[in-house]
Design a protein. Structure first.
Length: 521
């Protein structure tokens, strides 16, 4: 192992870095003129190229309804890369642009797929690309099934070709349905034409460095896993807080809400990583097996669906408020939102996991828009020491140890513990041992899509959700969604710019606990 000086505060770090370069691939991006492709995919692809991980036998064929020539789309791609990525040389950018092509067409028209098939054959020959293709659906979810059906009926999925089964891949962005019925319907369409081993369902939170680090932190350190259980941990809190409102997404968001947009996917996926059992190996299926087992062990929500019933999941909607001295309109006043909307912009829940490791340990989850601070974090609070040796001087209760993973806006880890401070014979204080990835390793953190896009090309499904995992989360949440649909009750209103609201706080106060303030590192 190489010893390397990284930062003045770190004398030496032993580093083992393993990265697989992408194999030959022909990538077709549907929705190629859209915002996600412009902001995330094209800059991420350029960074993969800059790092020398993009195979020389590679091409990208963009497809959307917008009329572009190859050259016009290359100009679009060049501008996207310049805005989203610094540090790529002109030679590297020129090389990447020379591998990018474009085709316009109607997604529902079979002739579009005939043209894609013909163009791919030409490009594979031109760039000497063996094997099959990678199809990326960067389009509104309503178009997923149409495109998948057309790919299959045009024999582009290669499901029945044994040489291509693991090479042709389908990449699908969330949401994976809006309820159990639509998720199951989408999966039936996918499985008609693609094997599960060909399908990559992207949850971009799983590509963030600190989220990936949860497994390394737990399973590469002998000191933490032995205390990662009900004997030593008091509670776990997972927060995704946003300062923004619905912005330009009101048409989508007002039909979805926080539970579909954030809770069913990002929140529960992070819960699974924090709480799952150790997998037998660092293998995609072994890891995904343990995540699904964990999600199946989540206790169904106990709720009588009335404000007085002490429900273990509550919803809120932001009202008028202030952020940084600026007046903020209520959610129902946002452009594109129904004036009588019952859509939740905040969800808080208390979960229990019914297995040996976590019996009766509460997991508190919350996500919301228009909150006081942008913050995504996982905070693990350990139990207080069973007996204080310092009761004679008034220290009968010592603050518990707290471990925090911050995922955004900065990425890092913090450990809070008790130690003696200089001075008096007994002078005990709470200290924070913390680091930020940016400070320690320098530069900006890699964009999550870089990791996920490279994994799609290399065939690593570790960070992608499997359908049985999606199904179990919808089964957990469907009683909640159906009850909210039936109820005449509206979400609790919280002021924009606040950190929480009383009904969400009550979930913890009933247990003698409270939300951690937005922690930060």
């Amino acid at each position: 192992m190489a010893t390397q000086e990284i930062h003045p505060s770190v004398a030496a770090l032993d580093m083992i870095c393993v990265e697989s370069a992408a194999p030959p691939a022909a990538m077709v991006v549907f929705g190629a003129s859209g915002d996600l492709v412009q902001r995330k995919l094209l800059p991420s692809l350029a960074e993969i190229r800059r790092r020398g991980l993009l195979n020389e036998h590679f091409c990208l064929l963009g497809c959307s309804r917008t009329e572009y020539s190859d050259e016009q789309y290359r100009q679009f791609a060049a501008e996207a890369v310049r805005q989203g990525l610094g540090g790529i040389s002109s030679d590297e950018l020129t090389d990447l642009l020379g591998r990018i092509y474009y085709l316009s067409g109607d997604y529902a028209d079979p002739a579009t797929y005939d043209r894609i098939k013909t163009r791919l054959a030409e490009l594979r020959k031109k760039h000497d690309i063996p094997g099959c293709n990678l199809y990326y659906l960067s389009v509104p979810p309503i178009l997923y099934e149409t495109i998948i059906e057309r790919l299959g009926s045009s024999n582009l999925s290669s499901k029945n070709d044994p040489d291509c089964r693991l090479k042709s891949r389908l990449v699908v962005e969330k949401p994976f349905g809006r309820d159990l019925l639509t998720a199951t319907g989408l999966n039936q369409t996918i499985s008609k034409w693609f094997e599960e081993s060909q399908v990559y369902r992207i949850d971009h939170y799983l590509g963030k460095e600190t989220v990936q680090n949860i497994m390394i932190f737990r399973f590469a350190n002998a000191m933490f896993e032995p205390v990662w259980n009900r004997t030593h941990i008091d509670n776990v809190q997972i927060t995704i807080a946003e300062t923004l409102g619905v912005e330009h997404r009101a048409g989508y968001y007002d039909k979805s809400g926080a539970i579909r947009d954030m809770f069913q996917n990002h929140m529960l996926q992070m819960l699974a990583l924090v709480a799952m059992e150790p997998p037998t190996s660092f293998d995609a299926e072994a890891i995904r097996d343990e995540k699904v087992k964990l999600l199946r062990a989540v206790r169904p929500f106990d709720c009588q669906w009335s404000p007085e019933a002490g429900c273990s999941i509550v919803r809120g909607q932001y009202g008028v408020g202030k952020t940084n001295g600026r007046e903020i309109s209520a959610y129902r006043s946002e452009e594109g939102v129904a004036p009588n909307s019952k859509t939740e912009t905040y969800v808080a829940a208390r979960l229990f996991i019914d297995n040996w490791r976590w019996k009766d340990v509460p997991f508190y989850l919350r996500t919301g828009k228009r909150l006081a601070k942008k913050d995504t974090e996982i905070v693990v609070t350990f139990k207080e020491i069973p007996h204080s040796l310092f009761g004679s001087v008034g220290l009968h209760h010592m603050p518990p140890n707290v471990l925090a993973f911050q995922i955004q806006p900065e990425e890092g880890i913090s450990l809070r513990f008790q130690a003696k401070r200089p001075g008096s014979k007994i002078c005990i204080g709470t200290l924070d041992m913390k680091f930020r990835y940016k400070d320690l390793f320098g530069g900006e953190m890699p964009e999550a899509y870089q990791r996920l896009l490279l994994d799609c090309m290399t065939g690593d499904q570790t960070l992608f959700t499997r359908f049985d995992g999606i199904e179990v989360t919808w089964r957990l949440l469907m009683p909640v969604l159906e009850a909210w649909q039936r109820s005449d009750e509206r979400p609790y209103v919280y002021p924009a710019g606040s950190e929480s609201f009383p009904q969400a706080n009550a979930l913890l106060e009933a247990d003698g606990r409270q939300w951690h303030p937005f922690y930060g590192v």
